[in-house]
Design a protein around this ligand. Structure first.
Ligand code: GDP
Ligand code: ADP
Length: 220
């Protein structure tokens, strides 16, 4: 698979809308590099970096980490990928972050997964995550081959500290007040593409067809 032009995309949607799940499919099908802000933060927490330790309480309380911290973290990662096509997942989450990104890169397309909150609440409390890779499973939707273990590495899966019902509610609130305005920001720039539904397997074919049109240079 060869990407002939640099393509820069963002995937948005409320917590639990399937961004990680759809990103894995996009990465596999289109070869974009997946950069997840949540995975980056959790890697910092696991490695007990100064930043990770400072941010953990914010994340566990379902609040967004400060814009300057987040923008610096992501933009420094992107710097090393100047000639790489990427898919940003979880960033930007505020208008200020979107502006910081805009100052450095032109975003070609923004995929928004529009999934109702009611659907999401059930999903997150039954999400199991392989922290080192960010792979996600779900008791009902995509259970691991062996209960409690990652399919690829056989390492243990965990439930995220912020996937408790109370914290999920706080994250949804933060999404409504801080992240929804980012959709308007991208809509006004003409790059927003909305995919509505309640099941990833029904949304995915539409995302795939859309990206096939957007990425004519991809040969498979
Ligand atoms: N029941 C159900 N669960 C899903 C579906 N799509 C994703 N999930 C699960 O829902 C949870 C949240 O998905 P994830 O991709 O992590 O969402 P993100 O928070 O937006 O990155 C995970 O446990 C997924 O395995 C779906 O269509 N149905
Ligand atoms: N761009 C961001 N800005 C601020 N905080 C962020 C950002 N990305 C991730 N976080 C923090 O990490 C947490 C987990 O993010 P993420 O893994 O993307 O979860 P989900 O998609 O399930 O909401 C967020 O609730 C927030 O505290």
């Amino acid at each position: 698979m060869v990407l002939q032009t640099i393509f820069r995309a963002v995937i948005m949607g409320p917590p639990g809308s399937g961004k990680g799940t759809v990103s894995a499919r996009i990465t596999k099908t289109f070869g974009l590099k997946h950069i997840s802000s949540g995975d980056l933060l959790r890697a910092n927490i696991k490695a007990k970096t100064e930043l990770g330790l400072l941010m953990k309480s914010c994340i566990d309380q379902g609040q967004l980490v400060p814009d300057d911290v987040m923008s610096r973290l992501i933009l420094s990662d992107l710097k090393a990928m100047d000639q790489t096509s990427w898919l940003l997942d979880g960033f930007p989450r505020t208008v200020s972050q979107a502006e910081a990104l805009d100052n450095v890169y032109r975003v070609d397309t923004v995929i928004n997964l529009d999934v109702p909150f009611q659907t999401i609440k059930q999903r997150l409390t039954s999400r199991w995550t392989h922290l080192p890779s960010g792979r996600v499973y779900n008791v009902d939707f995509n259970p691991p081959k062996v209960a409690g273990l990652d399919d690829v590495t056989g390492e243990p899966l965990v439930q995220r500290d912020d996937d408790t019902p109370e914290t999920v509610m706080r994250r949804l609130k933060a999404y409504e007040t801080q992240t929804e305005p980012v959709l308007e920001y991208y809509r006004s720039k003409g790059v927003l593409e909305v995919f509505s539904g309640t099941e990833t397997n029904k949304i995915w074919p539409h995302v795939q067809a859309f990206l096939h049109k957007k990425l004519p240079a991809v040969s498979q």
